[in-house]
Design a protein around this ligand. Structure first.
Ligand code: ADP
Length: 444
């Protein structure tokens, strides 16, 4: 405020001086005008200095002044000092960020609005073979030319990652994941997963080989146990061993089912992409699974079958039978005698629908998400007593993946459970409608 007053005082004195000088010549207003002109020239001079400084702040220094202009110049210099400090801080932060991202073992590629590359780290350079500056500004699908990645990128749904062979080294496999951020910007994360895939394959091979190796000795053991148990039924020397021999045979049978299920899982995991694409007779396979389950039920349950005979599908027979048999057998094993098991094969809006509903013991809501985990059982004792391995629903899950299908489970304790498999429409095949569709058959 003081500076304003001083400036006003200076202007008043200048005007009075002008009037005083002009007075002897009877030119008071001329004198005042001349004084104002001097005042204006002084200000224009400062403005020119300011303009020159703004143009070249490094070459030109602002004069050190008092008064109003001095304050304006000081304020500007302070602002400049602060902004320089901020800039330095930001530059240091950016350098630090770039250094840490550059040191990441995973590749990181920053993409612009239309997927063009704006920046990438060293790992991305090695993994994707990117070059500076040639590849900056180029759309990433033009550089990572793999149909799986192109489809993933163009579709724009980035909930998961895709696995593609490295464009630099075909023996390596990369996992690519796009993470959207900011305003239509994206970050592409690249990971070399070859080692993990090798380890997975080694683990699968080990399980598969071990299961295979266990099969022969188990068959031999079971053969002898069958014979001995048979002999123990009479009055011979083995008679006192009847109960232990029956138990040993049951355990050998259990081990056999376990080994067989482990082999099935290992095969499914390693050959997921290689499932055959035959035209299946789904209605016949559904009936076969139901007939086998009826044998297991020993007429203790009532079966209802709703089967669309005009509807069938392409895929692998082994995989489909695994799905049908496991779900229908589970319904028998977890439904007390007198219960109802309803099996449906029908067309649904989004494809084919296979469902098994039982009036059994049901499953608690918190256990439902874990059912397809290997060896997960709600009640271990009950599962074992009914010949379960804990692998059935895992096998179902993997078999469904091979079909690009998914499963929904609805259940209520004490009321029953429904397992619904949704098969994609592209697998469905319609036969001529001579056979009756949606026929409901009842079995006792
Ligand atoms: P298991 O060989 O033990 O039956 P599964 O993988 O087939 O193994 O099933 C896992 C668990 O899911 C079972 O142990 C059981 O607790 C539960 N389960 C599966 N099907 C049903 C069903 N229809 N009703 C009730 N519980 C079920």
């Amino acid at each position: 405020m003081v500076v304003w007053r001083r400036e006003l005082l200076r202007l008043t004195l200048l005007v009075l001086l002008g009037a005083w000088v002009g007075m002897p010549f009877e030119q008071v207003f001329g004198g005042i005008s001349a004084a104002l002109a001097v005042y204006a020239v002084l200000h224009v001079r400062r403005l020119v200095q300011l303009r020159m400084w703004l143009e070249h702040p490094k070459r030109q220094d602002l004069p050190e002044l008092g008064g109003l202009w001095g304050q304006v110049f000081d304020g500007l210099l302070e602002l400049q000092r602060k902004s320089r400090k901020k800039k330095k801080k930001l530059a240091a932060m950016l350098a630090e960020f770039q250094a840490s991202t550059a040191a990441l073992p995973d590749g990181a590629v920053v993409l612009g609005h239309s997927g063009e590359i704006s920046w990438f780290n060293n790992a991305a350079r090695t993994l994707l073979g990117l070059r500076v500056p040639q590849d900056i500004g180029i759309r990433v699908p033009n550089l990572v030319r793999h149909p799986v990645f192109t489809a993933y990128f163009e579709e724009g749904r980035f909930d998961n990652e895709v696995e593609v062979p490295s464009p630099v080294n075909r023996t390596k496999t990369l996992s690519l994941r796009v993470i959207p951020y900011g305003q239509n910007q994206r970050l592409l994360i690249v990971r070399d997963i070859s080692q993990r895939l090798l380890l997975d394959a080694a683990r699968r091979d080990f399980v598969s080989n071990a299961s295979h190796e266990l099969r022969t000795p188990l068959t031999v053991l079971r053969g002898y146990l069958d014979m001995m148990e048979h002999d123990a039924q009479g009055q011979g020397v083995l008679a006192p061993w009847h109960a232990p021999l029956t138990e040993m045979r049951n355990q050998a049978l259990r081990m056999e089912s376990l080994v067989n299920d482990m082999l099935k899982l290992a095969r499914l995991e390693s050959g997921r992409a290689r499932m055959s694409d035959d035209l299946l007779d789904v209605p016949a396979l559904v009936r076969r699974a139901v007939d086998d389950a009826k044998a297991l039920s020993k007429e203790q349950h009532r079966f209802e079958l709703e089967c669309d005979d005009t509807l069938t599908m392409t895929g692998g027979e082994t995989e489909l039978l695994s799905i049908l048999a496991n779900l229908v057998n589970n319904a028998v094993r977890y439904t007390p005698p007198g219960g109802v098991i309803r099996v449906t094969w029908a067309k649904a809006p989004e494809g084919g629908r296979f469902a098994v509903a039982d009036s059994g013991i049901g499953i608690a809501q918190e256990d439902i998400p874990r059912l397809t985990e290997r060896f997960f059982r709600v009640d271990v004792g009950r599962s074992r007593a009914s010949g379960g391995t804990g692998l059935g629903l895992s096998i179902v899950k993997h078999s469904l993946e091979a079909f690009d299908a998914r499963m929904d489970i609805e259940s209520e304790i004490g009321v029953g459970s429904t397992f619904i498999c949704h098969f994609p429409a592209h697998r469905l095949v319609y036969r001529n409608a001579e056979k009756s569709a949606n026929k409901i058959e009842g079995y006792i």
